[in-house]
Write a protein of this length. Sequence first.
Length: 588
Amino acid sequence: MNDPDLSEAQQALVDAEESLLAAACPGAGKTQAMVARYLKRTGEEDRRGVALLSFTNTAVDEVRLRCAQRADALRVPHFVGTFDAFVHRFVVTAFYAKAFGQKPNYVQSWADIDSARFRLPEMGRTRDLDLAWFDFEPDGRAQLILGRVPHAFGDAAAHRMLARRKPEAESQAAHLFGRLLRAGTVSCEAARVLAEYRLSIPDERAVLAPLLRARFAEIIVDEAQDCGREELLILRFLRDCGVRIVMVGDLDQAIYEFRNATPAAVEEFAAGLPGRISLGDNWRSSRAVCAFNSALRSGRLTEAAYGDASLTQHPVHLLQFTKLEQIVPAALEVAERYKLSAKEMMLLSHAEAHGMKAAGAVNIDSSASSRVLAIAHAGFQLRSQQTAPKTRRGALAQVERAVLAALTADRATPDHSLAALCEEAGLERRWLEGFAVRMALALDPTGQSKQVFAAEVRAFLKTASWGVVPPPDPAVLSRLFKAPLDSAWAGVAGFGITPAVRHSTVHGVKGMEFPGVVLVLPERLRVHPVTERTVLDDWEGDHDSEARRVLYVAGSRARRLLICAVHRKHAARVSALLTAWCVPHLHA
């Protein structure tokens, strides 16, 4: 029976009886159609399960919420979770336990591990190298991706020196990667590498194939454009096992090339699937925003504005600036004309630093922060009404690690995950998280000197009730919780300043939408290390590139109003592009 709330294209996705790719534009209602299909298929399968996989916890939580009335659809043998969770549970864990003789402790990223950074000798005043800058092969070899090395690593000479010493850096990264695996610490990236390694062994494939074939009848993949090499390898294996593969996504929203996710590889895989559906009705955005989307789209999917937003006549506004601080006041003037409040606006940038500076937010350098400063920063993030959940979790994790450092100072294990450290300290992870929240909220650095606040931190830890866990040594507290440097503490004065508008990186709001969006194009545009082109070069030359897709994702978050805040150096080029692509626009 057809659902009257679904369009013809959405219903086709629900009823499809073969593996396929459903190409869905922004605002096409793909989640609604996917959930409808998932509920239909779980009701049809008596023994084997259906899995619905996405790439973020936020997306997974949304699916689970929509399935709340069908509890049976969320129980075994069915599975709703991230692709990483699927890899952990069904591909890697048993294999790892057999190979290493212990249970793996999974972490989201190498950033969660203290020792996942290292230095090369005689590199001068540079930052530590991060494992996140490397790709790893199934045999453990590392490859340094120079494009991932941030500008803040060092000056131009430091970057050139690192390029010359690339083999040395790769050797150390491979050694550290192996050491972490042997310690039981497995990041999501490492799990994907282990999955690829397992599937390269014929005997392991022979063991795994009947298990997955017996467990799953169908795998539904949300945000399919984010599939990287390892995810596609797993999907190919599942398809060969006879499992139906239903992929839903928008190849023009592929903005995770740093994770080996390229639309060309996804397209190549999808070409081998027997079906293809297009969902091109945009129920989210105005006609002007849809025109902007079309101007940046490289793929063959076309979209049209539908629903209430299609009645909105607001043009795209082109706002010139010379300093980032000029953007927000001018953008709010434009928003006011269309009766949009500051709370309805979201400022987006490719680089976090540009968005924070434009919004007037405090920028904390976590790589240089002390434990005391991390606690102060976490309190600010928890008190702020504008902090994203992901930011809160990251700030709290820093506090949890600071607490664990105080409790395990004599047996420091920097290679271990938070879960493993909690186990060693005899703490429940949930208790530690609650303690970190209470501590961060109880200690307010506003108006205090760094020495006074550091003393309050030490006093809080010294007098806390630790139950059966031995309390931290006062000498350890004095050593680990020293007052931060003056230069670092200076930023605390801005903690209480709430930005006039919310801000985020483009990657941070993928899958979200807002009444109004301010998209920042700074003076210094990123130059691709291989093509040596900027995003405007790609747009003018009609080149498919990740930088161009980032702009597309940013603009497509807007429902009613899109403001392109462009440095005056690039304003004429952007205006010419909007005109050439027939995007309705005005100069603000």
